[in-house]
Write a protein that binds this ligand. Sequence first.
Ligand SMILES: [Fe+2]
Length: 367
Amino acid sequence: MDMSFYNPVRIQSGAGCLREYTGFADFGRRCMIVCGASSARRCGALADAEAALTACGVEYTVFDRIEQNPLAETCHAAGAAAREWGADFILGIGGGSPLDAAKACAVFAKNPELGPEDVYKDPAKLAALPVLCVPTTAGTGSEVTPYSIMTLRSQETKKSFAGENMWPRVAFLDAAYTASLPAYFTASTAVDALSHAIEGYFSLKASAVSDCLAERACGLILPVLRRMTAEESPSAADREALLCGSTLAGMVISRTGTGFPHACGYKLTYFHGLPHGHANACFLADFLALAAEAEPERAARLCAAGGIRDAEELAEILAAVLPEAPAITEAEAARYAAESAAAKNCRQSRRPVGEKELLPLFMRLSK
Ligand SMILES: [Fe+2]
C-alpha cells in the first residue's frame, strides 16, 4: 500500500487562533500583509492580524491590491514592494487569490532578477520569504499547498507553479472569517474544495493517506451542500465543516495535483469571468462519471463517504446550489477543449482524457 505523503504546514485552528497567536516574531521583525481590497478588512481577519503582529512586536505594512485571479504582474509588484520595505515574512489573508499571490510575492521578493512569468521556468528550488496564510473562504486549500496560481495574459489562462520553499509555515483556520461570505460564493468555494477531494482521489499520485483525507473532506462538504440546496444558509457548525473539509482537500492536492475540471474551468474563468469553483462545477460530475467507469468500486467508496449515490446525484446537488453557467459559442467550445486537453492536469488522472472526451463537455455549454 502506498502511504507516501508530505505536508509540512503547521495548522492553528479554532476561534481566535490568529488574534491569540504569539509566534510571529519567530519569522522576523517586519511583515508585509498581502490581501485584496476589502474582504480581509470586512471579515475582521486584517484587524486580528494587525493586533497579533503588534502584540508580538512585529512591524507591518499592508499590500491590499491583489485582484481576483491575480495577474503575474501584480504578484511581481507585491514582491518588489516587500523587498523595498525590507519584509522578513509575508502574511497572506483572503481567498485563494490573495493566498496564492502571497506565495508568489514571497518568491519575487527574494529573486529580484526574475520577471513576472520567469518563475515557471524552474520553480522547484527558488528561494522565498516565509509565508503564513489566513483563509477567509472555505475552498481553495491554498493555506496547505506549495502552489501559486497566477493569471498569465501571454497564455490567456491561469497557471500554477510550486516550489519547496513555498509551503506556508502556518495556516490559521478560523471559520468566523467565512461567516460574511454571500451564499453564492460559499457554494462556489465549497465546490472548489469538493473538486480538490474528488480530482485528487483519482490522481495517479493518490496514496492511502490522501485517500483518507479526500474521503473525509467529501464527508464534511457534501452534506452541507445538500442542506444548502434546501436554501438554508450554513450554520456556524456548517461553516466549520466546510473550512475543515477545504483544508483536508487542500492537503489532498498538495500531493496529487488536480484533474481536468480545473484545466477546463480555467478557460471559463479567464474568458468568461466565472468564479473558480463554479467553473470546476461545470465538469466535476463528468469527471466522477468517467472515473466511475474506469474504477467503479473506488468511485462507490468515495460516493459513500460523501453520502451520495453516484455522479448523477452529484450533478443534481451542483445544479441546485449554483446557477447555470454562461453560454459559450461552439467555436469557443472547440478551442477550449483543444487547449485544456494539453494541460498536464488531464494526464495525471488514473483515467486520462483528451480532446475527444472534453469536446462534448464544452459543447454542452454552448447554446
Ligand atoms: Fe481549485
